[in-house]
Design a protein around this ligand. Sequence first.
Ligand SMILES: *Cc1c(COP(=O)(O)O)cnc(C)c1O
Length: 383
Amino acid sequence: MKKNNANLKPATLCVHAGGYHDAATGAVTTPIFTASSYACPNPSGQNIYQRYSNTPNQRAVAAKLAALEQGGDALVFGSGMAAITTVLFALLEPGDHAVFQEDLYGGTYHFVAAELTQFGVEVSFVKANGDFAAQIRPATKLIFVESPSNPLLRCVDLAAIAALGKARGLLTVIDNTFATPINQNPLATGLDVVIHSATKYLNGHSDLNAGAVIASGEIIARIRPFAVNHGGMLDAHTCYMLERGLKTLALRVERQNENAGKLARWLQKHPAVARVNYPGLPDHPDHAVAARQMRGFGGMLSFELRDAAQAGAALGRFQLATAAVSLGGVETLVTSPAKTSHVKMTAAERAAVGISDALLRVSTGIEDADDLIADFEQTLAAK
Ligand SMILES: *Cc1c(COP(=O)(O)O)cnc(C)c1O
């Protein structure tokens, strides 16, 4: 980047931070360097190899992410799960204990509960608004949260988690996928590590899988050897795609924040809707926390129909929105958590965590809000 990052706003960083400026041609975008290996020695003084995550395309997109999350350094991965598993293997060892938020992304939950524990790491789970401090033991090394959470958009008090981590000498890690760096910068609040499924908002076009980890240079230096050996790096072509997607992140997220807010307020008044979960609504249980720590309330919301039997049929009636898993793209997607992300739980387990068969989750896209609302109107009106 030509200028110092220090005073630049997120929308400017999306366009100008990171990148690779090709002196030979003056190309205004990063060229795609397809080489897996580079002559040694080369002017960088490094042994450059794609699995080491130090090629020009990997560094270009990592530098943009570090600037956006206000971190010292970043690593990009082939998926969000590659980022999550690599961070946990790097920062925990046998005999350690870690405290996890209970309502995590399903893949993270299953990895932590069924696989991480095979390596001698003990884990405890706490509700989003629960007492994290009460679970800390002498062997505890790390706290892992996800805010807002899926699918009820619960928000964890990040300043409190950061303070707890500092007071007890624990690393604090957050999956910031739902919020994006446009709405929330946990490192600035004092957390140590930010993880993203870049598959979602960061890329924003539902056409690749990627992950990212942003932290201080010191913590990234601890994670890097595990990233190298676990091998889950991101290839040059996908790095280029992700870098291109990130240039419009601020624009997209601002529209998604706006659309989700309008849709949430409209749904709240609809007679077929029993409840709307959106942190931007004053009646959301974590509205005050969200208002304190988020610049925007995000593009994700969920709502419960009065008649659970209508939920499946409603999914089939959308004309603009698509019934599909995943989130964060330019197109609006709707899912039934009970049938997708939480299908492995029993109905009683789902009820205990507040996920009924009548619940639908919406990832709001960048369409015109009136068109979106009209689609929800025809969907909810039909019987
Ligand atoms: C999708 C998702 C992941 C996993 O990311 P992949 O890119 O699919 O591996 C992790 N956390 C959250 C919150 C997600 O939404």
